[in-house]
Design a protein around this ligand. Structure first.
Ligand code: ZN
Length: 286
């Protein structure tokens, strides 16, 4: 009886050892398979990336690109401050406008996308949303809803106004750049560029560009003339500084054929109805 018990114990131990060894080999096999599988996926990913590197060109001879111009996004109505009132679009109007753009098939793009034409195909209905002066309310009521909607915008900031009351901070500007928004230069101090010495003009153009590039870690390619003041000399200086586009306050629907250093925009007014907005961005005639 005692010998039988010993036999059973020995068989049981042997069985456990066999199961243990089998489990070890099966586990290693699963691990090897998983490793192979992830190698295959990585290979496919590399192929996909390569396909994106040679983009499809745009075969259209010209593409209309409305460039919308905003300043403040806020509820503001002060009869004593007509300029400030006219530059303020209520947040609820702005939200309705970007929701409309999305539902009507418009794709928001940046100037980096704009200048990639015709080597890279633009969306069917592109639109650029630009925000001048770097106001805090543009960060709160334009950037945040755009981000939530999966849309992009271009923010023209004035270097020496960042971190001032009512203006966004440097950290916020950098955050927007990280989130896919384009940050463009609107000079150091917002002067009338047509009235500067060429030395001062150069510093407003190039210092603002390099400060923004250090802040955002991205190339700054877009520029906005303060209060729309520019002339041939200023345009040439912007080009020589390394900007690829510059915007004015000239009212018109832009296109890929327009001079890149005198781009027209469409001012969006506080009391534009959504119906008027929808018509304006397609049919506006100067
Ligand atoms: Zn401005």
């Amino acid at each position: 009886m005692k010998r039988l018990t010993t036999k059973i114990v020995i068989i049981a131990i042997a069985a456990l050892v066999v199961v243990g060894i089998a489990a070890y080999f099966i586990w290693n096999k699963i691990k090897a398979d998983t490793t192979n599988y992830s190698q295959v996926v990585t290979g496919e990913d590399i192929q996909t990336t390569k396909a994106v590197e040679s983009p499809e060109p745009d075969t259209r001879s010209e593409v209309a690109v409305p460039i919308l111009m905003y300043h403040h996004i806020r509820n503001y109505n002060d009869p004593a401050d007509e300029i400030g009132t006219n530059l303020s679009v209520p947040p609820e109007n702005f939200k309705a406008q970007i929701d409309y753009l999305k539902s009507a098939g418009f794709s928001t793009i940046t100037f980096s996308d704009f200048i990639a034409y015709p080597a890279k195909k633009l969306p069917e209905k592109p639109v650029i949303l630009s925000f001048d002066d770097g106001y805090q309310d543009a960060f709160d009521y334009a950037y945040k809803p755009l981000l939530a909607n999966g849309q992009v915008g271009v923010f023209f900031v004035i270097i020496n106004f960042l971190d001032r009351p009512d203006h966004m901070t440097k950290i916020e500007a950098a955050e927007m750049a990280d989130s896919g928004m384009e940050i463009g230069s609107h000079t150091l101090d917002h002067p009338d560029l047509t009235k500067l010495t060429s030395e001062k003009l150069t510093s407003e153009l190039s210092e603002s560009k390099s400060i923004l590039e250090n802040l955002t870690g991205k190339k700054v390619i877009s520029f906005c003339y303060p209060t729309g003041q520019h002339n041939d000399f200023v345009d040439a200086a912007a080009r020589d500084t390394g900007y690829l586009v510059a915007t004015t306050t000239q009212m018109a629907i832009s296109s890929t054929s327009e001079n890149k250093f005198t781009l027209s925009r469409l001012r969006i007014n506080p009391n534009d109805s959504l119906t008027y907005f929808a018509d304006k961005i397609v049919n506006y005639k100067p």
